[in-house]
Design a protein around this ligand. Structure first.
Ligand code: SF4
Length: 255
């Protein structure tokens, strides 16, 4: 079975029981407006970058709005009770409206930032830019796949892994995994990674990925893979239960 960063993080760092409920039992996750915001932002930026940054801010913001609205309508049809939507505080309806406004502002800010700073995206042999690149490789004996938001050319001919974030959570394992995937699947040098933080409209400090090894990353995937195959899914009730999208099906939930 192919593994991913989100599987490894959920199993190793968050709650293995949530992994079980979602991926083994097939519990339908509760909707959350932050997911709509993140997905619609990525989708609008992907079009903007694939079009060679020729779209203006307003057109790109409209792409975000259309995508967000379509996804919100779909999720509302699936779960019309807004009390069952996950939020970080406000009621479900207020959160959907607030994140629509926030996502539009973040999309417009990215367009300005990209036009001002002009990062040079890596391109493959067919000239397709390194955006939302789906890669797969065997890492430490486990098949791992990932979708890399952006690959950016560096002056020293290496590439930089860039992940776009609409929230605050950053995953070191994600950048480390992508560095190994890019080396193995594309044969490119990777020395650094960073996050574009949409909340700030700016890049994070770069993360040094030059010494990240396949062995080191592979051990994490092997640990998760073995645990899943053993049927070992220890619950980890705590603060994260509040943001857990399968909490409604969980008997260990901390209230
Ligand atoms: S509610 Fe808490 S204990 Fe239950 S699956 Fe979610 S994170 Fe784990």
């Amino acid at each position: 079975m192919t593994r991913s960063v989100s599987q490894a993080e959920q199993y190793l760092d968050k709650c293995a029981w949530a992994y079980y409920l979602r991926r083994v039992e097939g519990v339908t996750p509760s909707p959350a407006a932050w997911s709509l915001q993140g997905t619609a932002f990525h989708s609008a930026i992907e079009v903007f970058e694939l079009e060679g940054r020729r779209l203006n801010g307003d057109s790109t913001v409209e792409l975000f709005s259309e995508d967000y609205s379509a996804r919100a309508r779909k999720e509302l049809a699936r779960e019309p009770d807004l009390n069952n939507w996950l939020t970080a505080g406000p009621d479900g309806g207020t959160d959907i409206e607030a994140r629509y406004v926030l996502g539009r502002a973040q999309t417009g800010a990215y367009v300005e930032w990209a036009k001002d700073h002009g990062p040079r995206l890596w391109k493959d042999a067919d000239g397709r830019p390194g955006i939302e690149l789906r890669l797969q490789a065997n890492i430490g004996g486990v098949e791992v796949q990932g979708i890399i938001d952006q690959l950016v050319n560096e002056p020293d001919e290496s590439v930089r892994i860039r992940d776009l974030k609409t929230g605050s959570t950053r995953s070191r394992l994600q950048l480390e995994t992508y560095a190994v995937l890019v080396r193995k699947a594309l044969g490119l040098k990777v020395r650094k990674g960073d996050w574009y933080m949409a909340k700030k409209g700016a890049l994070s400090r770069p993360l040094d990925l030059s010494t990240v090894s396949e062995d080191e990353v592979g051990q994490k995937y092997a640990k998760m893979d073995e645990g899943v195959k053993r049927g070992d899914f220890p619950p980890n009730p705590g603060f994260s239960c509040r943001f857990c999208d399968v909490a409604r099906a969980c008997t260990f939930k901390r209230r």
